[in-house]
Structure formats: C-alpha cells, structure tokens
Design a protein around this ligand. Sequence first.
Ligand code: AMP
Ligand code: ZN
Length: 468
Amino acid sequence: MKIYNTLSKSKEEFVPLEEGKVKMYVCGPTVYNFIHIGNARPMIVFDTVRRYFEYKGYDVNYVSNFTDVDDKIIKKAIEEGVTAEEISKRYIAECKKDMEGLNVKPATKHPLATEEICGMVDMIQSLIDKGYAYEKNGTVYYRTRKFKDYGKLSHKNLDDLQSGGRSLLVTGEDEKEDPLDFVLWKPKKEGEPAWESPWSDGRPGWHIECSEMSKKYLGEQIDIHAGGEDLIFPHHENEIAQSEAANGKEFAKYWMHNGFLNIDNRKMSKSLGNFFTVREISEKYDLQVLRFFMLSAHYRSPLNFSAELMEAAKNGLNRIVTAAENLKFLMGSAKTVTMTEEERQKYEASSQYAASFEKAMDDDFNTADAIAAVFDYVKYINTNVGQDSSKEFLERLYGRLSTLTDVLGIIVDRKEEMLDADIEALIEERQAARKEKNFARADAIREELLAKGIILEDTREGVKWKRA
Ligand code: AMP
Ligand code: ZN
C-alpha cells in the first residue's frame, strides 16, 4: 500500500509503527460558523483513508480536534454578545450534524483545545527548558533557527524565509529575537478567554494545540498526520518543530495533504466569501452526492466545484444505488436459495472488480479509479442477475457491493439514510402534535418513522427510539 508523503515528496510503502495498527491525526476545523464544503473535503478524504485501513484489517486510532479558541471565534462572540464557549459549542454541534450527513465516522477522539490547556502549558515549559523557546513580556516564542530540521516538510529554506521575514512580523511582536520565531503562548487582551500559566494569563498559539493533542491521544510518534495543503506551512512545519524538539523523536511518519476545493479555480474560503456551506448544499442535494463528488477526484488534485459536476455525481451515485435496490428487490422474490455452479463461477469472476478497487486504493487512495471499478462491477451485476437468480448469488453480489461502497462511505441501503437529527426532529414534532391533541398527525409521524425502520417506544422517561 503506497502513500504520497509530503515529507519526501514521493509515494512510499506504508509500514505501520506497530503491526496492525494505524495512529492518525487530522487537523480539524476552527468552529465559528457552519463548515463550508472546502472544509468538508479533508473530512471526507481522510475518513475514506481510515475506512480503507479498517477494510484492510487495521485497528485505526483516529484523532481529530476542534479548534475552539481563536480570534475568529472571539470576534463572533463579541458580535453576538455571547461567550466564545457558546459560539464554539454551537458550531461543534452543527459540524457534527454535517459530518453525520456526510457519513463521516466520529473520530475515536475529538479533543477540544480548551480542554487540553494544561498539557500545552507543560509542553511549552519543556520547550523553554530545552532552550527551544523563550518568554518576552508574557508571550512565549519558539526559537525557530534552533530547530535544525525547520523547513523539511514545506521544503522551504530558512534564508528565503528570512528575506521575506518582514511580512512574518506582526504588530506587537517586534520583541521577537528573530522574525522567524512564532508564538506558543500569548497574553490575553481585554475581554478574551484566558487560562493561567507561568508566563501570563492568556491562551496557546494554534500550532501547539495540535502537537499536544496528538501526543496526548496517540503518543509521541504517530503514523499519519493530515490536513488540507494550506496547513503544510506554517502549521504543520511548526507542529514538527515543536513536537520533535519536545519529544526528541520523529513526530509523524507520513504527512498527507488534500488539494483545495476551488470555485472558479480559486480556493473556496470564508475570507474570500466564495463558499457554500455543507448545510446549503444539503438543501439541494443528498449529502451522499457531495461525498461522492469529492471522491470522484484524486484527493491531492485540485477539484473545481460546479453544478454540472454535482449533477454528474448524482447520476453516478444513482446508478450504484439502483443496482443495489434491484438486487434487494430480486432477493425478495428469488425462487431458489442456493447458488448454481454457474453462479458460483460468476461470483468468483466478479472478485476481479474488488481486486481493481483495492489496486486503486493501494495506490495512494486513488478513489477516482476505485469508483471506476465499482461502476464496472455494477455493470457486471446488471448483466448477470435476473428473476431466475438464486438468493445466495444475489446476496453475495450485494454483500460485495456494499462492502466496497462502505469503504467510500457511500450508503446503498436507503433505509439507513435517515439521520439521528431528522428522527429526533420528527419525534419532537410528534410530541408537539400530541400536546395539541392532534393525534392524527402524531400517528402519521409514528407510521412514517416505522416505514423507515424506526421504532418508537413511549416510556415514562419520554420517547425512546431504535432502528428495526
Ligand atoms: P480551517 O477551519 O480553516 O482551519 O480548515 C479546516 C480544514 O479544512 C483544514 O484541513 C483546511 O486545510 C481545510 N480546508 C479549508 N478550505 C479548504 C478548501 N477550499 N479545500 C480543501 N480543504 C480546505
Ligand atoms: Zn493542526
């Protein structure tokens, strides 16, 4: 299995640190608004990477943070006259809803920066003790030139950085020993959330957050560290400098970066204002279509968002879902149970599509080619099944299809599409209807949910539900 490593700028064979296990950390979003579909790209891509490792039998420990303290969060809180915590809590909850819609698995752990400050303070202290950091007027800076490998990820040269150094100087930071030095801890300004530290009441810099959370939940060395390509410099470069200086070991073996989601060939971003939120897209499309669209390109290539490409993704996804539905339909009316010899041979022959799928995924997660293999398999299914097929043959073909689509995080069984949040909203509406003695509506909602495989149970503690 080969992974393109930004460190070496080449595809390398994946060798885990510990046999059968993968430790991966994916930089998560800063939560001050609904996520946009550009932010969704790394979520979908690295969730697919995780799913493929799991398919291959690895035990994956997947950690992805929420950056819940940041200038933008504070600004938004001031605008709304609420606390920064209220803003970050709200948008973490909204982000999790979007992730569910995109069928992105919850991480093994989603740490919050604000809950890990103690560890960050300890890490900064150890960097000071080792001579890699220094304090000036309550601010702590990283002594960039002291870390000999600085630039190894972004392939930047310190002297080139130095000549552009003026732009690295931010107002109030002219006390730095060197323009290349970056902030590990900054003192609070009036009205900002702050934590105690030996240097000042303040908050950590963004880069130290990930170094600490990765160490705490995955250990000093991890297999994969990932994020969008805009994070290579300075975020990931700085994370390497911090972690490797503090721990004295190589931080991550493989660095993976997704390309940008563009619109009119420009990066989609909040600051440019050229973005669609995942929520907006969900009003027009099933989010499965968005997921399928993202996986139709290689994760390192730029991807241009357009209505035409979304329509193409919708049609492609439909072909797969229709084949699955047809198999289910035939299973329901199959006359014979066990496979014939001919069917057994056909089923065995169809393993070539799973092999092509794996070959594509083994080559740096080439989901575009993996999807092509799924399409070929769908074509094979459609031409080889019919009224006379045995139930076993149909079930096996279906099993293989759903195994492959599950790696891509695509749901072919429509019943599973109902989201927890939608179920809960309907339950709430049913409660309200009952309160207003509108029993007809309340019963209709119960029926509607039942038809989608959701069973309601009225208990003393309230309404409970389960999937049939
Ligand atoms: P942020 O909230 O800006 O820190 O971004 C969260 C994640 O989304 C990071 O991994 C970014 O690299 C990624 N990201 C942001 N915008 C885009 C985009 N237009 N295309 C792809 N990835 C993006
Ligand atoms: Zn990070």
